[in-house]
Ligand binder design. Structure first.
Ligand SMILES: C[S@@+](CC[C@H](N)C(=O)[O-])C[C@H]1O[C@@H](n2cnc3c(N)ncnc32)[C@H](O)[C@@H]1O
Length: 281
């Protein structure tokens, strides 16, 4: 008999999906839109923006340069850049955004330009991190929810570290393999032949790359998926769900929300880990 708790329902999903072949991947043109709808149901982005702003505020005086890898449509970086400039209006800020999806990179550039701020220079590049042509060194390099997709985590971490100025910091924000990413693990189609890399893979990659991180910080967000559209549900599992799997996913999410000891309504834990490495000065 099937168990109607989170682990039991995850097993049921695994069973229902077995032998069916990978789900269709999310198409790039819908990805940013569905991501925005997903984030609107969580308090995570606000926590990330606060965290990045406090890291930028802690940088020494003088110009600051930031590389955002997998920058997306700018919804996050524009908040961070605006607050960084408002906090120290005389300080020049250089922001570089890299994303392989041209639609996102263009939106990012337009959002940054929309700030109309003389102290801010923003450049975008349509490329994967591996293919990006980056000049100069950076004070801060961020991967916010983008390390899932790189072909080789340790190689990406090492390359990112090498782009830092002495005293610069690498910030990798990734979800752990919790109740949400357990879904991704079961259902998401492979990305270029590999599964998505979670926070635990980043920790391993840092060790493999010979980098020494500061203690990991976890931002404890929550996500409300009750009544979420099919597209938001697809974003949650990172693949196009079938009519057979979708109700099971909804059932699983409801069960997880109910059994969470911190239950405060039908919301599921949506944490993100912050891995930070500082380059020796
Ligand atoms: C979940 S979104 C995060 C966007 C943004 N950082 C944010 O938090 O709003 C992940 C982004 O990583 C990008 N991406 C996927 N593979 C990548 C790669 N190999 N190198 C750089 N970016 C990549 C995607 O196009 C997407 O815009």
């Amino acid at each position: 008999m099937r168990q109607d708790d989170g682990p039991g329902l995850l097993d049921a999903l695994r069973e229902a999906h077995r032998g069916a072949g990978p789900l269709p991947a999310l198409a790039p043109d819908g990805y940013a839109r569905d991501h925005a709808a997903f984030e609107a149901r969580s308090d995570q982005r606000a926590l990330i923006a606060d965290h990045l702003c406090s890291r930028l505020a802690g940088r020494p005086n003088g110009p600051v340069s930031v590389l955002s890898v997998g920058c997306g449509d700018g919804a996050l970086d524009v908040r961070v850049a605006a607050r960084a400039v408002a906090a120290r209006p005389a300080r020049p800020v250089r922001y570089v955004g890299v994303d392989p999806w041209a639609g996102s990179a263009d939106s990012w550039a337009a959002a940054m330009a929309g700030l109309r701020c003389d102290a801010l220079s923003a450049e975008s590049q349509v490329a994967t991190f591996a293919d990006a042509r980056l000049t100069g060194r950076f004070d801060v390099v961020t991967f916010v929810h983008s390390m899932y997709y790189v072909p080789d985590v340790a190689a990406a971490l090492r390359a990112a570290y090498d782009l830092l100025r002495p005293g610069g910091e690498l910030l990798v924000l990734s979800g752990p393999r919790g109740v949400l990413n357990a879904l991704t693990d079961v259902l998401a189609p492979p990305v270029a032949g590999h599964r998505q890399w979670f926070s635990e893979d980043v920790a391993r990659g840092l060790a493999d790359a010979g980098l020494r991180p500061e203690p990991t910080t976890t931002l404890a967000a929550r996500l409300d998926l009750v009544g979420a559209s099919d597209r938001v549900l697809d974003f949650t599992v990172q693949g196009r769900l079938t009519p057979r799997l979708r109700p099971l996913v909804r059932e699983y999410l409801a069960a997880v929300a109910r059994t969470d000891p911190a239950y405060d309504g039908p919301r599921v834990p949506h944490p993100v880990d912050v891995h930070r490495v500082v380059r020796a000065a």
